[in-house]
Design a protein around this ligand. Structure first.
Ligand SMILES: NC(=O)c1ccc[n+]([C@@H]2O[C@H](COP(=O)([O-])OP(=O)(O)OC[C@H]3O[C@@H](n4cnc5c(N)ncnc54)[C@H](OP(=O)(O)O)[C@@H]3O)[C@@H](O)[C@H]2O)c1
Length: 317
């Protein structure tokens, strides 16, 4: 397929609600040195995209911009010096926070942020994977170093990061407890959760015996409450923009706190690819939206009730 000069892209010119995400026509970007031009198959929608869109952290966005860090698609053109990929390769990866631009038909991506896409996953769905997989991996394998027999509590277990975290913690031999509404419990048991708390009717502090690690994907009041369920020396890994606590408050109680930060890397993504292709990691995509539905996808992500992931797909109408 030839690459056109112009493409459809979601562009935001002023901070605000989901309606400020407008599908428009722009130039197809040129891949710079070390970059490849990707024809986008899927762009994962993340809560962080909605935070940036809202203007809560204006210093991180230069308007006008095209959101989207998670990307999957097909390599179309190579920038100078790229030898790892060839046109036609199916790839996926995470654009650095300063880059974005995946809510579009094409995007230019540093080659070292990409890996070959999983063979067993629909290429559109592969766009859902990178950020949540990096976050769950960084939290549980790198920061918490979860070991067999550890007790791990995952908040928002049914969400994008949570459903991956449940599976990674289980693979490492942990006893996995999740918070989720009851409708999500059979789904989470199927992914490997051992124990579930319906947060809409039960305070998890009353239901959960002490744990070694909490991955808090909710934040706010959940931060200090999560410290209450840690065993002495236990670790709280925060992820939300408002984690509700910090290292000093944890240390005062003989506990540890750290904030997880997902780092893009094609090499690290290959570990995830291997897990997907061997069936050890299952990815849930609740819905695939066309680019024109970016506002609807942002409304859904802000309601915080999705199971797994939402993806924008330029080829879907
Ligand atoms: N630091 C980083 O690098 C990083 C990276 C990625 C994400 N994050 C942050 O991590 C958080 C989770 O991201 P995500 O993509 O996984 O979110 P998400 O997919 O939008 O989360 C949706 C899920 O949240 C659950 N939920 C909502 N309120 C809850 C509550 N009070 N208790 C338990 N579960 C609740 C819902 O489950 P129910 O319907 O069952 O309630 C739903 O399944 C966000 O704050 C995001 O910004 C941080």
């Amino acid at each position: 397929m030839t690459v056109p000069a112009r493409m459809r892209a979601v562009v935001q010119s002023a901070f605000g609600g989901p309606e400020t995400l407008v599908l428009t026509e722009t130039d197809v970007p040129e891949p710079g040195p070390g970059e490849v031009l990707v024809r986008v198959a899927g762009a994962g929608v993340n809560p962080g995209d909605a935070v940036l869109r809202s203007g809560r952290v204006p210093e991180l966005v230069t308007l006008p911009w095209t959101p989207g860090n998670d990307v999957s698609g097909t390599v179309e053109r190579l920038g100078a010096g790229v030898t790892r990929f060839a046109p036609g390769d199916a790839v996926y990866g995470l654009l650095a926070l300063a880059r974005r631009g995946a809510y579009a038909e094409f995007t230019a991506v540093p080659a070292d942020a990409l890996a070959p896409a999983p063979r067993t996953l629909d290429l559109v769905h592969a766009g859902a994977v990178p950020l949540v997989a990096f976050t769950a991996w960084q939290a549980l394998a790198v920061l918490a170093e979860v070991r067999p027999g550890d007790r791990v509590l995952v908040h928002a277990a049914a969400g994008g990061v949570g459903h991956v975290a449940v599976q990674l913690a289980k693979e490492r031999g942990a006893y996995v407890i999740g918070t989720a509404r009851a409708a999500h419990h059979p789904y989470l048991r199927d992914l490997g959760a051992d124990e579930l708390v319906d947060h809409t009717v039960t305070d998890f502090r009353a239901a959960v015996a002490p744990v070694d690690t909490v991955l808090d994907l909710v934040g706010g009041a959940y931060g200090p409450r999560s410290l209450d369920v840690l065993r002495p020396g236990g670790l709280l890994v925060g992820a939300a923009i408002d984690p509700g606590t910090d290292g000093r408050r944890a240390a005062e109680r003989g506990l540890r706190y750290v904030w997880v930060s997902a780092r893009p890397s094609g090499a690290a993504l290959e570990r995830i690819t291997e897990r997907v292709d061997t069936g050890r990691l299952r990815i849930t995509v609740q819905r695939v939206h066309p680019l024109a539905e970016a506002p609807a996808a942002h409304r859904a992500i802000e309601e915080r009730r999705t199971r797994g992931k939402l993806v924008l797909a330029p080829a879907v109408d």
